[in-house]
Design a binder for this molecule. Structure first.
Ligand SMILES: [Zn+2]
Length: 442
């Protein structure tokens, strides 16, 4: 897709003009004093501000002078309503983490609780320029209602996890029919797709994993799983199956371009080759991996082998925030710890948080860059703070200096969800109060 097109006069619903436009297209086009024109939720032109202002008179404008205009950030792995448990399980390993979180979830969760947690998560995400999230969690129907009302792009769907007394009280045997009903009821819309979540190879057995993957395939859904998050998980799976998690998934035929693995920290060279060969995507969650002491994923090797790697925050219990600006900064830094400052560069990290994340979700044709024909998901980041001056290079500014709080405006599907740092579809004080009330009620 070209970045400068449709220059003949045509009205726009929204024109974002005057800032430095970081398109994140394949050639890395940066437009100083650029603009983005939007109609019916779609980008209809990207180019110089003067030309677009003349060609596309707009009903609504955002003056982005002194700002960076970037594609909305794509969070490829999270559990959004876990905002309710933020701070509940710090400074413990993954197994102790699950031991603390699961009983609390069982006591707390309901459609109403997930509604409150989701509103809080969306408020935080919109504030940080995040426009899309892949959300694996209980009561996804409630989450989808909240996201729809808020105008935010949520990729959600049924989660399979065979644990005693799940928070939704649904017996495991009923879940396949429930998932089918959900998938049958979906209406396709650009920038989204069906998703089926299989929690992991340690909460599901081989037969269950195979059945869930077959369901996903039947509906053309993305299959999303946790895999190889830490050494203890590898040991558990190996004890049960004689194989490491990614080896197991490969042997079951679960790897492929419609599969996205969260974490993938513990990988052998052979497993990396299997991910590359099969086109399997990885959702890299550097903050969560650090906080839970899981280690550092082998992202430079994954990138070298051509694996699609997106970025995620994970839930707000394991990373304590849904800050994708922070996650991309961490992704640019953490891989240098091995001694190679070129391991993951600023532009690569920004790409992982935008276009590569969209590609990992199988939505690279619709999301992740500012190009004609894509959905109008973008963030306007105010460059006025002293920590952002002087400006030598926008990729560097975004990866190493910017903070989520610098985001001033956020647009999803052409709709302005935050303007001048005020949310337009959520009452922030009420949202925070409701989340507190849910937590105090149990
Ligand atoms: Zn997770």
């Amino acid at each position: 897709m070209s970045t400068v097109r449709n220059t003949e006069a045509a009205g726009a619903d929204l024109l974002v003009h005057g800032g430095t436009v970081l398109t994140v297209d394949d050639s890395g086009t940066v437009l100083p004093d650029g603009a983005v024109a939007v109609r019916d939720g779609e980008i209809i032109a990207v180019g110089p501000a003067d030309a677009l202002r003349a060609a596309h008179p707009a009903a609504e404008e955002i003056d982005a002078t002194g700002c960076l205009v970037l594609p909305g950030l794509v969070n490829t792995h999270t559990h959004l309503a876990m905002t309710l448990l933020r701070g509940h399980a710090d400074d413990v390993d993954l197994q102790e983490f699950l031991g603390r979180v699961v009983p609390r979830e069982n006591a707390l969760l309901s459609p109403e609780a997930v509604t409150a947690g989701l509103r809080l998560a969306i408020a935080e995400s919109v504030r940080g320029g995040v426009t899309t999230a892949l959300d694996m969690y209980w009561f996804h129907e409630a989450a989808e209602r909240v996201a729809r009302d808020a105008g935010w792009r949520l990729l959600s769907g049924p989660t399979f996890m065979d644990v005693p007394g799940p928070p939704d009280r649904m017996p495991y045997g009923n879940r396949m029919d429930w998932a089918r009903r959900h998938l049958d009821g979906l209406r396709p819309s650009p920038g989204t797709r069906p998703v089926v979540f299989a929690h992991s190879a340690y909460t599901l057995d081989a037969g269950q994993l195979t059945d869930i993957a077959a369901l996903a395939k039947e509906y053309g859904a993305l299959l999303h799983l946790h895999a190889a998050e830490n050494a203890a998980e590898v040991a558990t799976v190996r004890e049960r199956y004689g194989k490491r998690p990614v080896e197991l998934l490969e042997s079951l035929g679960l790897l492929g371009p419609d599969t996205l693995l969260a974490h993938a920290v513990e990988l052998t060279d052979t497993e990396i080759a299997a991910l590359a060969r099969s086109g399997t995507g990885v959702a890299h969650c550097p903050v969560s991996n650090l906080k839970l002491g899981c280690g550092v994923a082998r992202v430079p090797e994954l990138l070298r082998q051509g694996v699609r790697v997106g970025l995620g925050t994970d839930g707000a219990v394991s990373s304590n925030s849904l800050d994708m600006v922070g996650a991309l900064g961490m992704a640019a830094l953490i891989h240098k710890a091995g001694g190679d400052p070129t391991a993951v560069g600023a532009e690569q990290a920004v790409r992982m948080a935008t276009i590569e994340g969209a590609r990992a979700l199988g939505l690279g044709g619709h999301l992740g860059s500012l190009e004609v024909g894509k959905r109008a998901d973008l963030a306007v980041l105010d460059l006025g703070g002293p920590h952002l001056a002087p400006r030598h290079d926008p990729w560097s500014t975004l990866a190493y200096s910017a903070r989520a709080g610098d985001v001033r405006d956020t647009v999803v599907d052409g709709r302005v969800l935050m303007r001048d740092r005020r949310l337009t579809t959520l009452d922030e004080a009420a949202v925070a109060g409701a989340a507190e009330a849910v937590v105090r009620s149990v």
